[in-house]
Design a binder for this molecule. Structure first.
Ligand SMILES: [Zn+2]
Length: 406
């Protein structure tokens, strides 16, 4: 084999080809280091003395379906500048690993389209090795996200099956997940605050969260100058939950008084936007019937639609403020307990709800997309017994070229 084939085909420079062996369906290239290419691995000085060498086998790029190995001697060199004896750099491989850099790059390329198992099988490597190649790469790229530039974040927890909950912090401007915490609530965020404390000056101007007291407290304690924006999806979700409870209560009360068919199935109708209902005449009719029998429920339903409109005042915060104020007034005067209570909740979170209009419609919405990707990734993956690996994969999601599979 020629020196230039070694270079162009296998990424090897500074070595001389000695011979090729074929053993058990594998190809072994024996190479020897060209003497002039030896340097001190630390100061790169050429003033060195060779002190013996150690044999090394390195897994190299396959030829078709056949695995190849590079066998060579790694010299030990004494540097005249440093005065220390060390193992020389291999050049085409990291001294700590058992594979060549070219093979590492190839594994990462294949991982864009294939599962870890597929790559391992295809290259005749162990599953663990393929995984650790990917993990090393992810660790280098995403292990220490730069939090100094962080301006707008969104925090939310996601449910990931057997693992329970993970708490995710998203850099809203870049779309990158910058932190994944175990569990939910304030404990899950503790390591994140710890990381932030390493930076002397932070620029986080706004954080989107739901209205849970744990998040509010955590942000107030750890990010004093950051404006809290209450996520509008969560506000509506909360209203929907209250509405469902309210309906259930009414259903229980009116069960004896009303024909069941009127109320049955209205739960879904209540949670559906009115415009979607309009296209479906009979559902609309059933809804009208149910609403007539249930004035309070009708009011609550109307109020939900009206609340939803609040976030349509994009670019007009004062109109939104008027809208929210009048909503709260109406709810308080409705005579309906559920609405009165919700009005108080909104009143307590008034500024944070309206802060949405100060930060370009900041919400935890983008996290929903990340959430879905995590679920897809998880459904197809077997490699996530390693929690650190799983977290790194999540942090790589925004620019992931890798298959969402394990
Ligand atoms: Zn040196």
């Amino acid at each position: 084999m020629s020196t230039s084939l070694l270079y162009h085909g296998f990424g090897v420079v500074g070595y001389q080809y000695i011979r090729t062996d074929y053993k058990e369906g594998q190809i072994i290239f024996t190479l020897s280091r060209k003497k002039f290419s030896l340097r001190c691995p630390v100061c790169k000085s050429k003033r060195i003395i060779k002190h013996g060498s150690l044999p090394r086998w390195l897994h190299s790029l396959p030829i078709g379906r056949i695995s190849t190995f590079i066998k060579t001697e790694i010299p030990r060199v004494e540097c005249k500048e440093c005065g220390i004896i060390r193992q020389a750099d291999i050049g085409f491989a990291d001294a700590r690993y058992t594979y060549t850099r070219a093979l590492g790059r190839y594994v990462l390329d294949l991982a864009r389209h294939m599962t870890i198992s597929d790559v391992a099988k295809h290259l005749g490597l162990s599953w663990d090795l393929v995984k650790s190649i990917q993990k090393r790469h992810l660790l280098k790229k995403y292990g220490k996200p730069n939090l100094r530039q962080l301006k707008r974040i969104a925090i939310d927890e996601i449910y990931v099956g057997k693992r329970g909950y993970l708490t995710i912090v998203l850099d809203v401007l870049s779309g990158a997940v910058v932190f994944v915490g175990n569990g939910k609530g304030s404990d899950a965020l503790e390591p994140f605050w710890k990381k932030l404390r390493r930076y002397r000056k932070l620029q986080i101007e706004a954080a989107a969260i739901d209205m849970s007291p744990a998040y509010i407290k955590a942000i107030r304690e750890n990010l004093k100058d950051t404006v809290i924006v209450f996520d509008h999806f969560h506000v509506i979700k909360m209203f929907n939950e209250k509405l469902s409870d309210f309906r259930r209560q009414l259903f229980n009360i009116t069960e004896e008084l009303l024909p069941k068919s009127v109320l049955k199935g209205t739960r879904w109708l209540l949670l559906t936007a009115r415009e979607r209902l309009n296209s479906e005449q009979d559902k609309q009719q059933r809804l009208e019937q149910a609403l007539e029998l249930n004035r309070p429920l009708a009011t609550a339903y109307y109020m939900k639609e009206d609340l939803r409109q609040l976030w349509n005042w994009e670019g007009d915060k004062s109109a939104a403020q008027w809208h929210l104020t009048s909503w709260i007034e109406m709810a308080k005067n409705s005579g309906i307990g559920m609405l009165k209570k919700f009005a108080k909740t909104l009143e307590r979170h008034f500024d944070g709800i309206l802060a949405y209009f100060d930060f370009d419609s900041l919400s935890t919405g983008p996290l929903e997309g990340t959430n879905n990707k995590i679920k897809t990734m998880q459904r197809k993956a077997y490699g996530f017994r390693d929690m650190e690996f799983f977290k790194l994969k999540i942090m790589a999601l925004h620019e992931t070229k890798y298959a969402l599979v394990g």
